[in-house]
Design a protein around this ligand. Sequence first.
Ligand code: IZC
Ligand code: ZN
Length: 434
Amino acid sequence: MTLERIDLLLTGIGRLVTPPGSVPRYGGEMRSVSEIEHAAIAIRGDRIALFGPQGDVLTQLNGAEIVETLDAGGRMVTPGLVDPHTHLVHGGSREHELSLKRSGVPYLDILAQGGGILSTVKATRAASEQELYDKARKSLDIMLLNGVTTVEAKSGYGLTLEDELKQLRVAKRLHEEHPVDVVPTFMGAHAVPPEYKGRPDEFVELLVNEMLPEVARKGLAEFCDVFCEQGVFTAPQTRRILQQGKRYGLIPKIHADEIETLGGAELAGEIGAISAEHLLAASDEGLRMLAVNGVIPVLLPGTSFNLGLKQHARAREMIDTHQLPVALSTDYNPGSCPTESIQLIMMLASLNLRMVPEEIITACTINASAAIGRAHDIGSIEAGKRADLTLFDVPNIAYLPYHFGINHTFGVIKNGKVTVWDRQIKGRKNAGER
Ligand code: IZC
Ligand code: ZN
C-alpha cells in the first residue's frame, strides 16, 4: 500500500496487542500474541496501512500527507473485538421466568412447558419489524461501547417463514445502518413451534423444503445453525437441515452438546461445520472430530454461569490436548445469557475455563473472526486488514479479565473511522433519532 497519504494516524499507544496473521490460532499458538510498546497505527481509508513502534512508523511516513492525527493517550489497543454467536434480534425479555429458574426448574424443562425460547417466539412474532430493530440497535450500541466491531446474529424466534425473514431483514438493516457489522445466521431450527408440537419431523420438512430455500434465495443469511439438543432437534434431524443448508450455500454451525451428549460435536466434524458452539457435554471423540475436521469451538461461559451449571466446557483439554482454535462469545440472548458484555465473558473464561489472558484475547479476535469466516479481513492488526481497533483504559491484557464487572473500553475505530471516543458513540448515522 502506498504511504503517500494517511487518513488517520493513531499515536501514543501505550501497548499494541494482537494475535499475528490472518488464520485461526491453534492450541498452544493462542498464547503467543504480539505486543508492541509505544506504538502507532497508520490508517488509509478503511484499511490498516502500517503499524509498529511509533518511531519506526513516523520514519516510514516521512513526507506522507497525514489528514488527521489522534493521540491514544498511552492506552492499550487491540483488534476490534468480534462476538461470533448472538441471538441479537428478538422481542421481549424473560425476567418473568427468573423465579422459576431459581426454584430449580431446568432450562430444557421450561422450554418443554412452552416457555423459554417459545416465550421469546411469542414476543418476537407479536413485535413489528421496527420494534425489533429499535431493541436490537440498543444492544448493538452497548456492544460497540464495549469494544465489539463485528457480531454474528441468529434468527430463530420466528419459526414461520415470514417471522424468520422479519428477523433476518432487521439484521440486514442493522448491518447497513449501524457502525457494527452484523453477520446473519438462519436458525429456523431453534425450537419446534407450538403449531408443530409432537410433529417435529413435519417442521423439519417445512424448514428444509420451504424456509431454507427462500432465506437463501433472498440472500439474507450466510450461515445455518441448529439447536441439536435433547427434546429439541436430534442429530439426524440436524444433519438433514444442515445438509440442505449446504446445498443452498449456507455454511453449517451447530449448537452442539450444550446440556446433553447427543453427538453434536461428532456431527459438526462429519458435515464440516465452520464452528460448534457450547460443547459442555461433548465427548472425547467429539473433540477429536472437531480437531481432525478443522471445526472452531465457540465457547460461551456466560451461559453456563447464568444457568448455574457446575459443568464447564473443557477449554484446557481443547487447547492443550486437541490443539483446537478456541473462540469465545457472549451468546447474548434473552434466556440463558442476557448480557451484551464480552468483557464479562473474558472474566468467566479466565475463572471457569482456566484460559490465560493471551488465549482470551486470541479467542475474542482472530479465532472469533475465523468462526464467522472473516479471519482474512478482521480479528488482527495487520497491514491491509480492516481498520477495526479497540482502545482500552488498561495497562495490559491481564487487566481485562482481572478487573471485572466494568467496561474498560475508551474508544473504537471502525472501518478507519473514530466511532467511539471517551466512551461516547460518535458518527452515528441517524444521530438525531435517539
Ligand atoms: O432464547 O434461550 N440456548 N438457544 C439455545 C438459546 C439458548 C437462546 C434462548
Ligand atoms: Zn446460542
